[in-house]
Design a protein around this ligand. Structure first.
Ligand SMILES: Cc1cc2nc3c(=O)[nH]c(=O)nc-3n(C[C@H](O)[C@H](O)[C@H](O)COP(=O)(O)O)c2cc1C
Length: 249
């Protein structure tokens, strides 16, 4: 099977997953599928690389929902989760299980680390050069495995039933400096920001993915400071020690 024909399906609200996907597929001509927007149902005939972030030790539901549009037909998939140096818990098992249910054979899997998209001082600057080199090596090793026709599936850590999805306690705030350009509304992966009122957020839809905060040119969106301070303190206690990528092949 030709490695240049991979599909790279990525849910990356703030860019960490995108960096890992780009490193894994370095030098390959892949077709990108952006899971931050709705996608059409498709029968996949080539290896599928699925890269998603970890939220509360799980895969964001919207990413799984969109991935379900890609049907496997017994073909190979590579399951990759990216987390902010705390823990990935059940997320890799959840992604593996979903891809298998969609008709793929999960021939390789990995967990990589990127800057924490809520508390940006945690794992700041990751993925760094060594992470990207490991991701590129992983991509080459998977391509070599597939080139031999080897389709054995991998086992990954995690527990069932999965841990509960955490409830999102708040939505990002909008400062008075907002000029209502609507960029956040256009780019919100779940349509939680109305185009007609971009200074507001629909709390019933928001998944706190931080994309609106990351993409605002005026820095008019931010988390409520007390919440950010509380999370920073908690993560400083449990997520300061740098974790290493884990690879299953
Ligand atoms: C709502 C939310 C929950 C998160 N939960 C976890 C977690 O359980 N463990 C962890 O290590 N990182 C967690 N993170 C950090 C992200 O997994 C990490 O920053 C990832 O790289 C984000 O991907 P992106 O940059 O492509 O958006 C969380 C981030 C968000 C926004």
């Amino acid at each position: 099977m030709n490695a240049s024909q991979w599909i790279s399906a990525v849910f990356s609200p703030t860019g960490g997953c995108e960096k890992i996907a780009a490193a894994i597929t370095q030098g390959m001509a892949v077709r990108k599928v952006d899971l931050c927007a709705p996608i059409a149902t498709e029968s996949v005939q080539v290896p599928l690389l699925a890269v998603v972030p970890v939220y509360g030790g799980r895969v964001p539901e919207i990413a799984l929902e969109r991935l379900r549009a890609l049907k496997g037909n017994g073909g190979p998939a590579i399951a990759v989760v990216v987390y902010g140096n705390r823990a990935y818990e059940d997320a890799l098992l959840e992604l593996h299980t979903e891809l298998t249910a969609n008709g793929f054979k999960v021939v390789a899997a990995a967990a990589f680390i990127a800057e924490h998209s809520i508390v940006r001082t945690i794992a700041a600057g990751r993925p760094h050069a060594a992470d990207c080199e490991q991701a590129a090596q992983f991509g080459r090793a998977v391509a070599d495995k597939l080139a031999t026709g080897e389709m054995s599936t991998v086992c990954v850590p995690g527990n069932m039933p999965y841990r509960e999805r955490p409830q999102m306690p708040v939505t990002p705030l909008t400062l008075e400096s907002c000029r209502g350009c609507g960029r956040c509304a256009r780019l919100c992966p779940v349509g939680a920001i109305p185009a007609s009122a971009p200074h507001t957020t629909d709390a019933s839809k928001c998944i706190l993915c931080m994309r609106c905060v990351a993409v605002c040119f005026r820095r008019s969106r931010l988390l409520p400071p007390p919440m950010l301070e509380g999370m920073t303190q908690r993560l400083n206690m449990v997520a300061s020690e740098p974790k290493l990528p884990e690879i299953f092949i």
